[in-house]
Ligand binder design. Sequence first.
Ligand SMILES: Cc1ncc(C[n+]2csc(CCOP(=O)(O)OP(=O)(O)O)c2C)c(N)n1
Ligand SMILES: [Mg+2]
Length: 322
Amino acid sequence: MQISRQDMLRAYRRMSTIRAFEERLHVENRTGEIAGFIHLYAGQEAIAVGVCETLTDRDYIISTHRGHGHSIAKGCDVTAMMLEIYGRRDGMCKGRSGSMHIADLEKGMLGANAIVGGGPPIAVGAAIASKVKKDGSVAVSFSGDGASNQGTVFEAMNMAVVLKVPKVFVFENNGYSEHTGASYGVGADDPVKRIAGFGIPVWQADGTDFFSVHEAARQATEHARSGNGPSAVYAEAMRYFGHFEGDPQLYRAKGEVEALRSGNDCLLNFRRRTIEGALLEAAELDEIDRETAETVEEAVAAARAAPPPPPEAVLEDVYATY
Ligand SMILES: Cc1ncc(C[n+]2csc(CCOP(=O)(O)OP(=O)(O)O)c2C)c(N)n1
Ligand SMILES: [Mg+2]
């Protein structure tokens, strides 16, 4: 399907924002000012953005422990996110979630999740709510190759089929589950066939190509939204940084990341495709890169200057009230 010029520019802005955010966090994390674990998403931007560009604010997503890219792709505020990662009072979750539990219900971002495979069952819950309320929303879960082997994910896939709910399972194979290669850890010869074995139609995409992911996600989302039950997207794209910040990455081949960055980068692929196809101009993409770098710069400055939560706030929001 043809994507409008305005939508292409927004998609590039989101991919560029994720890249700038992640590259900067890689640097900031070394200052010691950020508490807790950070898992960077750079390299996989086309998947988060390709999928989320087919969704609206009414739709739900649930992320993984690698949640910054999914949050930005769903439209979360970058400064509020940065404040949150710095543990500040005015962060997106009042400084309580940090990187790994970041959430924004107003944007339909149900949260990052430290439990590998914890997201799909929650998203099935959101999809059940959508079906009961008949509000036309879909619920999307992102899961890595490692998570795709978890029992929770298998149960969620089966339940989504049985209850025929509007749920999209997105599987992101980034080559590794922590330090274990996907080619070893995923037992199925063909992960796509394994998903299909649950009775879920799968749209396969090139995870380094925004347009490929967008088209697959568009069809998968439409399938789920139209009352046909769950669907899935399967895409491969390697991460550029370690499993977590501080990972010495001894399990990776020398030069592996450099080759990915120069040979198959999703932002460069987007540029090539849109400029060579005379869809967009290099200057306007350069301008977006400049603006996103500035946004991230301002977000870091705001986060550094912001106050932490007051100690007495630790007792707030402990119990939900109905
Ligand atoms: C239930 C559970 N088991 C193990 C872990 C430890 N752990 C954290 S991330 C991770 C790897 C996940 O790999 P994958 O799903 O491929 O996501 P990626 O890190 O590649 O984005 C593991 C095993 C965990 N957090 N939760
Ligand atoms: Mg993985």
